[in-house]
Design a protein around this ligand. Structure first.
Ligand SMILES: CC(C)N1CCN(Cc2ccc(Cn3ccc4ccc(-c5n[nH]c(N)c5C#N)cc43)cc2)CC1
Length: 239
């Protein structure tokens, strides 16, 4: 997969050199190219913003630099066009399903806006996806791009050492992750649930599903709506 990222703060994307995404780049599974939008400005002040039509607070990002940048970046490969992703507070909620869909794309381009956002005509012309990573307000699209790219990269073949990890992900089966434990067996007087040390893998699987169902019912009952459950699950949910 190739990912191009356009931003006025290229340094904000430096964390992509670390850890899982960094290793995916070292292994050639992912190529990330970060571009400074100001490279496509033409004035001495390298202006990327202007006052909003209709008034209101803040500034809006001008269309010309974005159109020049995206035209050049997407022209790289003849007869091939990337999927253009624009993080925005007004976007559709980003979900694991969306991450799985983006992970199937060979080429992504992320447009990191700032100020009050990017001129709507750029979005209309170029955007394939407008995504929000949550119901809170950030100052720009860079943090969202880090989140989206990490969620997508961990789904790429060979990136996670144990491919089963992806299958067991929270949200992969639509439930939240249950509690996890490691050594010591007793810590501050609290014992690891004995079933986890029993070696009885069927009992362990039942216990883990029970914990995931209970946690999901408590914290995200919306994830349980419109779902059919086996009798064993219904017993847990009714307890
Ligand atoms: C009327 C007037 C007072 N209101 C003023 C605030 N407006 C909303 C508003 C607020 C902040 C920003 C800053 N910003 C610029 C580009 C950009 C990209 C993503 C995000 C972002 N925030 N939260 C998420 N989940 C995001 C994602 N993904 C935020 C961004 C842009 C826009 C709404 C209008």
């Amino acid at each position: 997969m190739r990912a191009d990222i356009v931003t006025i703060f290229p340094a904000y994307l430096e964390p992509l050199r670390l850890s899982l995404v960094g290793r995916a780049q070292e292994h050639g599974t992912l190529q990330i190219h970060t571009h400074d939008l100001r490279m496509w400005t033409t004035d001495v002040h390298r202006t990327v913003d202007d006052a909003p039509y209709g008034g209101g607070p803040g500034m809006v990002m001008r269309p010309e630099p974005w159109d020049a940048a995206l035209s050049q970046i997407t022209a790289r490969v003849a007869d091939s066009r990337p999927r253009v992703v624009v993080p925005t507070p007004a976007g559709t909620p980003f979900t694991q399903r969306h991450a799985e869909e983006l992970a199937r794309e060979p080429w992504l381009v992320f447009c990191c806006g700032r100020y009050e956002g990017i001129d709507a005509r750029v979005i209309e012309t170029w955007a394939d996806d407008e995504i929000s990573i949550g119901d809170y307000v950030l100052a720009g699209g860079e943090a969202a791009t880090l989140v989206i790219l990490e969620a997508v990269t961990r789904l790429l073949p060979g990136v996670l050492g144990n491919s089963a990890s992806v299958a067991d992900d929270s949200f992969s089966d639509g439930l939240l992750e249950g509690p996890v434990y490691t050594r010591p067996p007793v810590w501050r007087g609290t014992e690891v649930p004995p079933v986890l040390r029993s070696g009885d893998h069927e009992a362990i699987a039942r216990w883990r599903r029970s914990q995931a169902l209970r946690r999901t019912l408590l914290r995200r009952p919306d994830l349980l709506e419109h779902r059919e459950f086996a009798e064993a699950d219904r017993v847990v949910l009714a307890a």
